[in-house]
Ligand binder design. Structure first.
Ligand code: ATP
Ligand code: MG
Length: 424
């Protein structure tokens, strides 16, 4: 991609309401645009990143045998009345009526819809086990939408639902999803922790969360070295209070407890897995014939905050110049920066030659061919955060070398043109 034909307008100013680094950088780098409180458009640069996250998730879900579906965002209120969640979810549900006065909600999650589908589709134990998933827009009328897309009202989620004949099967489906999630978060390159969690409005028995470790995280995680890891929310009152007091004093040192020595860290929840049991299948009548009895199915549900992952990545990977994307989801593999190409034909020709070399070898390159100062090119490249910056200048051409800057540590090296593709 050439900068001159892309849409890329970086901002110097930081949005007034932005507290988090990821929010500031995403707006400055022209990745997202606010429309209303907690509601954002994704501009071309941001969408490239979001699509890469989606693809990593989709690839792994498929590899683990899950089947992709796409359910409607608009859901009849009557379904929510069957499970009694109209009341339970309360004000997070945004509802409206159609012209015939039928009531609907914008879907905040899809347990009811998938259970309704499965009570029609799953007739026999031979149809089991099954895990369906989708990658889809959710709407939750959050009390405090904030931090940009980190806690939006409209956001992109991957939600999956497993169906088994018995508890043993459900445990297996849950374990499989847990493995799959590890693969996904490893592939993105996160430093993360898995902790025991509260199952909240979704309900059910066993539940664990995946947290990206970052000081700006809204959740507090506590864990010892071997067998204990939990969201602070779940701890017994006394210990919880003790840890909260420590944190209020900005003290994150280890503490002694009945669970042993506990480490305290802040995390951003990017994934949540639940064993639901028969909570939804019972109230909505999802069962199949098995050994001459009607057997109520055992379900699990599994969420990943697709759009939140982009913000969490930036929280974990940035410096004072901008974003440092891991290769897995960086918008481009590298930035190509030409020095004074409008004054030097040699630089222009060499830059084009390298650009074409990348294109023919399927390396995604962002070629900054704009007629702007060098300072602007470098500061914009640092803001965008591609892993490498390839610099073409007259001096380097004379030496027959190409300069490469590693975005993470800003280290510079000069390599031969023949070594260039080996970087990727
Ligand atoms: P939180 O505690 O952050 O509100 P949750 O427990 O309500 O999350 P789930 O219902 O488990 O979240 O949703 C699955 C995933 O969707 C979460 O792990 C999170 O990554 C993401 N998510 C939830 N709410 C939002 C939001 N308002 N904006 C962006 N992502 C969200
Ligand atoms: Mg929530």
């Amino acid at each position: 991609m050439k900068a001159s034909s892309f849409h890329y307008k970086t901002l110097k100013e930081v949005p007034k309401d932005a507290e988090l680094v990821s929010h500031k950088l995403m707006v400055r780098a022209n990745m997202i645009k606010p429309l209303a409180s907690g509601i954002y458009s994704w501009l071309p640069l941001g969408l490239k990143i979001l699509n890469k996250v989606e693809e990593i998730i989709r690839k792994n879900m498929n590899e683990y045998g899950c089947l992709e579906v796409l359910m409607p965002m608009v859901q009849p209120k009557s379904l929510w009345d069957e499970t009694g969640r109209s009341e339970k979810m309360g004000q997070e549900l945004l509802g409206f009526s159609d012209r015939n006065d039928r009531k609907f909600y914008l879907g905040p999650t899809h347990e009811e819809v998938i259970t309704d589908i499965c009570r029609q589709e799953l007739q026999s134990h031979k149809d089991l086990p099954k895990t369906f998933y989708q990658i889809q827009t959710k709407f939750r009328d959050e009390i405090r939408p904030r931090f940009g897309i980190m806690r939006g009202r409209e956001f992109l989620m991957k939600d999956a639902y497993s169906f088994d004949i018995d508890e043993n099967g459900m445990n297996k489906s849950y374990a499989t999803m847990k493995e799959c999630y590890k693969k996904i978060f490893d592939e993105i390159g996160f430093d993360y922790k898995i902790v025991k969690a509260d199952s909240g409005a979704i309900g059910g028995n066993m539940s664990e969360e995946f947290h990206v470790l970052a000081n700006s995280g809204e959740d507090t995680l506590v864990f010892n070295e071997k067998d204990f890891s939990s969201n602070l929310e779940l701890l017994e009152e006394d210990l919880k209070k003790q840890i909260e007091d420590k944190i209020n004093n900005n003290d994150f040192s280890d503490i002694e407890s009945k669970h042993g020595k506990l480490s305290i860290m802040k995390g951003i929840e990017v994934g949540h897995i639940f064993e639901l049991g028969n909570k939804y299948s019972e109230s909505m009548g999802l069962s199949v014939q098995y050994n001459n009895v009607q057997k109520i199915l055992e379900m699990g549900c599994y969420g990943i905050g697709v759009s939140r992952i982009v913000a969490a990545t930036i929280e974990q990977n940035h410096d004072d110049q901008g974003i440092i994307f891991p290769r897995s989801i960086s918008p481009f593999d590298c930035s190509l920066i030409s020095i004074n190409e409008n004054k030097s034909n040699k630089v222009k020709e060499k830059s084009l030659e390298i650009y074409n070399l990348f294109i023919t070898n399927n390396i995604e390159v962002f070629y900054d061919d704009r007629d702007v100062s060098l300072g602007v090119k470098f500061s914009d490249a640092n803001l965008m955060g591609n892993p490498y910056q390839i610099v073409i200048s007259e001096g380097n051409i004379q030496e027959n070398l190409i300069e490469v800057i590693d975005r993470r540590d800003q280290s510079k090296s000069k390599i031969k043109e023949t070594e260039l593709l080996g970087l990727f």
